[in-house]
Design a protein around this ligand. Sequence first.
Ligand code: BES
Ligand code: ZN
Ligand code: ZN
Length: 517
Amino acid sequence: MEITVKQGTVLRAKGQILILTHHEGEDLAKEIALVDKAIGGLFREVISTEGFSGKFLQSTLIRPNGKMGFPRLLVIGLGKRDELTLDHIRKGMGHAATLVRKMELEQISIPVYAKQVKRVSICDLSQAIVEGMMLGLYQFQRYKTERPNTKEIKNCTLLGSEGKSIPDIRIGANRGNRIAEAVCYVRDLCNTPSNMATPSHLAEEALRIGAEHGMRVEIYDRSEIEKIGMGALLAVAQGTAEPPKFIVLEYEGARPASNVRQGTRKKKKKPIVLVGKSVTFDSGGVSLKPSDKMELMKYDMSGGATVLGVMRVVAELNLPIHIVALLPATDNMPSGTAVHPGDVVTTLSGKTVEVINTDAEGRLCLADALTYAARYKPAAIIDLATLTGACVVALGQHAVGLMGNDQKMISQIETAGRETEERAWQLPLWEAYFSQIKSDVADLKNVGGRGGGAITAGLFLKQFVGKTPWVHLDIAGTAWKHEGGHPYIQKGATGIPVRLLIQFLTNLSKKSGGASR
Ligand code: BES
Ligand code: ZN
Ligand code: ZN
């Protein structure tokens, strides 16, 4: 969908359908009252005759019969004005967009009004409108030979009535567009079955993103992973015929403006390293999972996919931060060569691990990737992983499990989570839990027994980051949605927490005086 920004008022503009919003328990807003006047009071009539009160996600279609440049007005209820947040806007717009698609229209116009949401800039409002629309329209139909919805909305025009707000609307719309595209890209990768979304496929994607945005990419294959000494990742990969890959992608921050001499470029900042669990299929290995819902374990690479999505946006928005992405990618399969329960493996850090359960493979892959990450002496490490069923039990589908060794960064992630409605909830990594992952025969064991499974997994990872500030996000519950009904997150892969991370990184770059908004 193409996004256009135009200066103009709803009374003068033209298009196929105009989206307006109305709040519950209020008279018509000033802008809508003008429209109502132009269409001879049709809107007020609908309110009184059809019981349209502006309740959240209520909608009504009005036909102005030639009295406006739009043959249709779609009014969406946004609920009570003083409860309005950006997420209501995203939801409202996601809902509106799917209604418009059902009408088989190709063009949609939306006015953007300053101060519509309290304490929210017109730039952020425009971003939310575009995100809501684009995410709401997402569908995964790649493997359907008969597609039910062939007509897609081709254009969405944001109308700004004041010339001075147009540049801000443009910036917000562009951000929303790039971010939503990346979220949809991540959803596509995670919805893609594991016979297509293999480690080699992830490597090709990293190479493509790297080439498009001038990033350095390195792909290590099985023999190189062995040479590096990643014994834990190799242990997981030894059961599969599908070639594993260790993928490194590096973005060095905004390029200097062309009038700045090369020599004056600032010294490279310490990077932030993003590590994404990239188990392209988790059968459990020898500790085989039950077959019920095992097919969903294609999304066990959501962490890695998210990292790729974030790298894309960071480059497209030219954020002034240095980021390294690491994806330890492999299938986890049972076979004659697979790792056995009881085997002891030596990790890249030198620490030994007793593999009690081959289904706790994520922490093995991540252990080596985290050691590799710490070697950059980075400013911070953030890992994302569909790591534990225990996190799903603890927090369900609505909160990312948040752990780490740096309380400041944890609260920055919480803030970004609230700002994007991709919320994260902290779990403790107290030393008291450590006895659960001590092994009788090795330094550590890869499961912590009954109780606190998300925490003991987090504590296991902590052993591999040293003193580097580090945050772990367990996305097992949030990366997949098991039912429909949400206006902009469909059943299937969600793309969470791409928006949270972009927000976090943008907030950071604002602090360091980089990006302007
Ligand atoms: N990939 C799973 C975790 C998972 C579960 C992700 C449900 C998404 C939905 C992970 O590798 C796993 O199997 N973890 C085990 C660990 C256990 C053996 C200690 C689990 O959570 O059951
Ligand atoms: Zn597993
Ligand atoms: Zn797994």
